[in-house]
Design a protein around this ligand. Sequence first.
Ligand code: NAP
Ligand code: MG
Length: 402
Amino acid sequence: MDKIKMTTPLVEMDGDEMTRILWKMIKDELLLPFIDLNTEYYDLGLEHRNETDDQVTVDSANATKKYGVAVKCATITPNAARMTEYNLKEMWKSPNGTIRAMLDGTVFRAPIVVKGIEPCVKNWKKPITIARHAYGDVYKASEMKIPGPGKCELVYTAEDGTETRELIHNFTGAGVVQGQHNLNDSIESFARSCFSYALSTRQDLWFATKDTISKKYDHTFKDIFQEIFDAEYKEKFEEAGITYFYTLIDDAVARVMKAEGGFIWACKNYDGDVMSDMVSSAFGSLAMMTSVLVSPAGYYEYEAAHGTVQRHYYKHLKGEETSTNSVATIFAWTGALRKRGELDGNQELSTFADKLEKACVDTIESGKMTKDLALITTIENPTVLNSEDFIKAIRATLEKML
Ligand code: NAP
Ligand code: MG
């Protein structure tokens, strides 16, 4: 069989620990035998970030702007313990944070649904993708403890010095107060990322706020979404046969529980924080959760939602066997390859991505899986495989399909 050719490079961001080990196995077993893999490689492993004063992270984000599509391995976000472990010059920032800030993107997280790993919510049949706005609100709030009686106000001083005031409360005793903000630019970017990702995956988009109570703050989110939808996306949604649906956050929460799935749920920052943990744990496993950063300019960066699986890596270093689930990392590759195929009109590449995903799902559904899934599956007597044998089992399934 001839290997599949690629016309444009994919930005490849390598990472750390156990996921770095899986990264190589995935390339060797599932990609290189079938594709003439064309990537621009950036080593985001912590040692190399330290050597380059984190310039490599910035370079990889710039390359993503150049080529449009990236695939990223999980990386260590340094803390005090990592400073010593890796003898770091500085406590480098989270690469995901750096990349997200440079691409101005929104992160979409979606579970990989397989028979035998059943969601706790029994009517969820298709994935529910959560899009979380990653700027402002309570995460950038100013707070005060109010010690006793007194007047508390919001004051806006314009550049010309004029003041606008709004009473928060006339305190008659002690209490607390909080000032939140957001930016129209950020909300607009969030809205565009959500609409374009809905189009790109042909899924309905839901958005919800508490605009009935928050008539200025939340209502602005609602209005910005609606204005951008009407002006830029309405016709495209009609052509794609998908809908944009706005409702109140409490109504959305109730509807999600009764829905079948198969849509994107755009959430304000706090709602997304809370709801993404609820949705992902209800779907079963962090190791079966994918994540893609979508910028309003249409750049895509795919990764697994989990981290570097440190505990497994230390076992691996001691020569012990590991059973680490590579599915989310494989889906990061297939997501990126499919998108590359779409953008380049390379049907063969997109079809390969579909087949590799199906090979993962079929392998698990046939009862072969890693330990994390064996613990929660409804399949009787599953075969528990080690990290490497699981990837080899996927390759065997894939070869039968090709
Ligand atoms: P983690 O790597 O997600 O792992 C937490 C635990 O979840 C693991 O110990 C393991 O449980 C289970 N798990 C996660 N992924 C798994 C997989 N693929 N297969 C099987 N089990 C899996 O989170 P962490 O241990 O808290 O963080 C480790 C490092 O990852 C940190 O340095 C953090 O900075 C980094 N991190 C990076 C990203 C990213 O790059 N996007 C995201 C999160 C964290 P058991 O040990 O019980 O088997
Ligand atoms: Mg959280």
